[in-house]
Design a protein around this ligand. Structure first.
Ligand SMILES: NC(=O)c1ccc[n+]([C@@H]2O[C@H](COP(=O)([O-])OP(=O)(O)OC[C@H]3O[C@@H](n4cnc5c(N)ncnc54)[C@H](O)[C@@H]3O)[C@@H](O)[C@H]2O)c1
Length: 351
């Protein structure tokens, strides 16, 4: 391999802009975008230009056939991740799959197996782990500053317009997994990263805002409770219902000796007491990143390729967030608490 990692991007829709910006502004000393692929020639050629004159292919197999590409980013809608990732592994490429890793658990297993067989590195694209505020909260908990974590609360409310995609795929559960898989895996992954594995999920969901769509989403509003193996409790709310000016995102972790939470504007506050008096520390996390964490994430992943290190966020991590999502889906569909992990012989499905 030369000095710079040759990068190929498959899928050049909405999210590709910040990934290309991250690669060209934060990784240009270690990587070069060689080619992009998209079934839409217009979106593909625009991205190729943004990437500084990369080659464009309509068929991603042509991109995978290039010897000067070592690292492939898959940025298509979730249901296509399996097919493209397996082909990329068979072509000997290191792979980064944007969240959600897949919609179906069986597809996630197949990708992990294909990467293992091919001996390529498999990275889960979870940019939230590279958001400075999330990293600060993770570090505060890891250091033991708030004692043992007992409870974590996270929230994501999206504007409805966010669910409109060029091919309308968000409204097809088999393409997107709905709000629970498509969007909330960010938060499930943060919970997994901070609290470890979950043992039970219980969820309530409903269709409140998308009833005028040809296929209303069953989970355009959802609330999930998790029990973690550590004993901690997780609370997660999500919706495609954000109202103008209403808060969107929340992250709070409470522990036996304090709490840490995200403030408006990205500041993080740490309290090291459970008493009603004492002092609070406000941390201004590192420089805010205009790529939503994608730039620093890709830099870290590309360095792993150059230095032949293990991925910091693995395919198994990406799959695990999807498993937590399916715990919530199986629960809101059955009205019952659901034990995790699933037995592969009984993976849940949409029917
Ligand atoms: N914060 C984040 O990390 C974040 C934010 C938004 C989206 N995403 C994720 O990025 C992925 C894409 O979302 P988006 O909003 O960019 O969707 P999008 O619909 O705007 O883009 C998907 C692109 O994939 C292309 N595509 C479809 N089939 C293809 C094929 N066979 N070969 C090549 N290209 C193909 C489409 O033409 C389209 O341009 C999703 O998994 C989504 O969850 C992540």
């Amino acid at each position: 391999m030369g000095e710079k990692v040759g990068v190929g991007i498959i899928g050049t829709g909405g999210i590709s802009g910040v990934h290309i910006r991250g690669l060209t502004t934060q990784c240009s000393d270690i990587a070069r975008i060689v080619a992009v692929a998209d079934i839409s020639e217009e979106r593909g050629r625009r991205a190729a230009q943004q990437a500084g004159g990369a080659d464009y292919y309509q068929d991603y197999h042509d991109l995978l056939a290039r010897d000067d590409i070592q690292f492939v980013e898959i940025l298509t809608q979730p249901a296509l991740h399996r097919e493209i990732a397996v082909a990329a592994a068979q072509a000997g490429k290191h792979i980064c799959i944007i969240k959600p890793f897949t919609v179906m658990l069986r597809d996630a297993d197949e990708i992990i197996q294909a990467a293992r067989q091919a001996g390529v590195k498999l990275f889960a694209g979870q940019p939230t782990r590279y958001d400075p505020a999330s990293r600060t909260i993770h570090e505060v908990v890891r250091r033991g500053d708030i004692g043992e974590p007992t409870r974590m609360y996270t929230r994501s409310f999206l504007y409805l317009g966010w669910l409109e995609k060029p091919q309308g795929w968000y409204y097809d559960l088999r393409q997107s997994g709905g709000v629970t898989v498509e969007t909330l895996v960010h938060h499930m992954d943060l919970m997994h990263w901070i609290l470890g594995p979950a043992s039970r999920a219980y969820a309530e969901a409903g269709s409140f805002y998308t009833q005028d769509k040809p296929t209303p989403l069953p989970d355009d509003q959802i609330a999930v409770l998790y029990r973690f193996q550590s004993g901690a409790i997780g609370v997660l709310e999500g919706a495609g219902s954000r109202a103008l000016g209403a808060p969107s995102w929340a992250t709070e972790v409470t522990g036996t000796e304090g709490a840490v939470w995200l403030e408006e504007g990205g500041r993080v506050t740490v309290s090291r007491t459970r008493l009603s008096s004492g002092s609070l520390e406000t941390i201004i996390p590192g420089e805010s990143d205009t790529t939503g964490g994608a730039g620093p994430m890709l830099r870290d992943y590309l360095q792993c390729v150059l230095e032949d290190r293990e991925p910091p966020v693995t395919g198994e991590d990406g799959r695990y967030a999807v498993e937590m999502a399916w715990g919530a889906i199986a629960s809101y569909r059955s009205g019952q608490p659901v034990s995790l992990p699933f037995d592969p012989a009984h993976y849940p499905d949409f029917d």
